[in-house]
Design a binder for this molecule. Structure first.
Ligand SMILES: Nc1nc2c(ncn2[C@@H]2O[C@H](COP(=O)(O)OP(=O)(O)O)[C@@H](O)[C@H]2O)c(=O)[nH]1
Ligand SMILES: [Mg+2]
Length: 439
């Protein structure tokens, strides 16, 4: 391209000023920007996070090992979990000079409980927590998004059991709860266990059930013309029917990943056997960046918007006029201070009322006590008067008794003298009588 036909868009500082197209007089060099971007991205490395949702034993771990052609882990999951929990594992992978920090999140215990009603909740919470962590980092004064380990889920591989019937209600409920939060790619697991004609019908059934239940699954983008054709054709193949295996089998003179049966061999990478290659192509080789972008631009954006609105932030005022963050903050601050003042006033009023109430109660109590005291005082005086009366009566009685006593005593003193006199008189008479007898 000749330098004089290069154009640059001159974007002016203010929106009202006009934008002019100018020709460059020679090569400037900003055409290397894409290369700079590539070089920077390669140095920085990439991260990709996969969430595998599916019941225990459906083939999640095997498929991950097969997809990345490595052995992440080979421990068998137990079917006896009390509930569902999510277990993330992060691995550093390197291909050519590209570093990939891969996180695989497993839904341990999914589908193992008798009551599966709440099985989707831990998954939703996990996705939200990762969004929240990112939002918190974004809202920090000192942000370090550049080297932040982004753990937001970029893709949810939903493993459907190869029943050949229809989706289970657990599948529909879970996918419905997740579809606004994450890119979902449904896959039919263990596709070697279902016949070709059944698989065809099963795929149609699944897609119609997803549509009739309003479940939005990830569509491979068709706006980029370099991949629009392949993506459009792959969209028609969804859900992919996959087979996973870590076993290597010799087929002809080649060693391939396959599952060997008494009646034949299922080759994982043979497109007439299953859709594994399609999945790998779409997920890793063609659309990995779109999945990352969609996560940020669609799902995270939705979470962020709802969260900020919940916190009271908005872009426009009630008259639909633009409202800056600063204004929102000021309005919020004013509202908060007003609330605080109102609450303070309410509390103060409540306190005054309480004091008044308590004062009135105390006064009432004092009056009652006073009345009681007066009553007791009167009762006491009455009692005292009665006792005084009784005392006087008793004194009188005692005086009368004493008088009587004195009289009795006087009487009893006079009585023995008279008795002595009478005895002497008697004795004299007796002796006179005796004398007269003797005479
Ligand atoms: N027939 C068949 N069996 C598979 C397939 N993928 C995995 N398996 C087997 O299913 C069992 C459970 O697989 P695993 O990956 O541990 O399941 P996970 O609990 O979902 O992680 C293992 O015995 C695997 O060999 C497959 O595509 N087809
Ligand atoms: Mg597993």
């Amino acid at each position: 391209m000749r330098p004089d036909v290069l154009t640059v868009c001159f974007v002016c500082a203010t929106q009202n000023e006009e934008k002019r197209n100018l020709n460059l007089g020679g090569h400037v060099g900003f055409d290397s920007l894409p290369d700079q971007l590539v070089s920077k991205s390669v140095t920085q490395g990439f991260c990709f996070n996969i969430l595998c949702v599916g019941e225990t034993g459906i083939g999640k771990s095997t498929l991950m090992n097969t997809l990345f052609n490595t052995m992440f882990e080979n421990e068998e999951a137990s079917h006896y979990q009390n509930g569902v929990y999510l277990r993330p594992r992060t691995y550093d992978l390197k291909e050519s000079n590209v570093q990939l920090k891969l996180t695989i999140v497993d839904t341990v215990g999914f589908g193992d409980q008798i009551n599966k009603e709440d099985s989707y909740k831990p998954i939703v919470n996990y996705i939200d927590t990762e969004f929240e962590n990112y939002l918190q980092e974004e809202l920090k004064i000192k942000r370090s998004l550049f080297n932040y380990h982004d753990t937001r889920i970029h893709i949810c591989l939903y493993f459907i059991a190869p029943t050949g019937h229809s989706l289970k209600s657990l599948d529909l409920v879970t996918m419905k709860k997740l579809d606004s939060k994450v890119n979902i790619i449904p896959i039919i697991a263990k596709a070697d266990t279902i016949s070709k004609s059944e698989l065809h019908k099963f795929k149609i059934k699944i897609m119609s059930e997803l549509v009739s239940n309003g479940v939005q699954i990830y569509q491979f983008p068709t706006d980029d013309e370099t991949v629009s054709e392949i993506n459009a054709s792959m969209n028609a193949h969804l859900p992919f029917a996959v087979v996973g295996s870590v076993e290597e089998v010799k087929v002809g003179n080649k060693t391939v990943r396959a599952r060997q049966y008494p009646w034949g061999i299922v080759q994982v990478e043979n497109e007439s056997h299953c859709d594994f290659v399609k999945l790998r192509e779409m997920l890793i080789r063609v659309n990995m960046e779109d999945l990352r972008e969609q996560t940020h631009a669609r799902h995270y954006e939705l979470y962020r918007r709802c969260k900020l609105e919940e916190m009271g932030f908005k872009d426009t005022d009630p008259d639909s006029q633009p409202f800056s963050l600063q204004e929102t903050y000021e309005a919020k601050r004013k509202e908060f201070l007003g609330d605080l003042q109102r609450k303070e006033e309410e509390m103060r009023q409540m306190f005054v009322n309480k004091v008044k109430e308590t004062e009135a109660e105390l006064k009432e109590k004092e009056r009652e006590l006073h009345d009681k005291f007066e009553q007791l005082k009167r009762m006491h005086q009455e009692e005292k008067r009665k006792v005084e009366e009784k005392r006087r009566d008793l004194e009188e009685e005692m005086n009368a008794f004493n008088r009587k006593k004195v009289a009795v005593e006087t009487l009893s003193l006079a009585q023995p003298m008279k008795k002595e006199k009478d005895r002497k008189k008697q004795r004299l008479c007796v002796s006179v009588h005796l004398c007269s007898l003797t005479d």
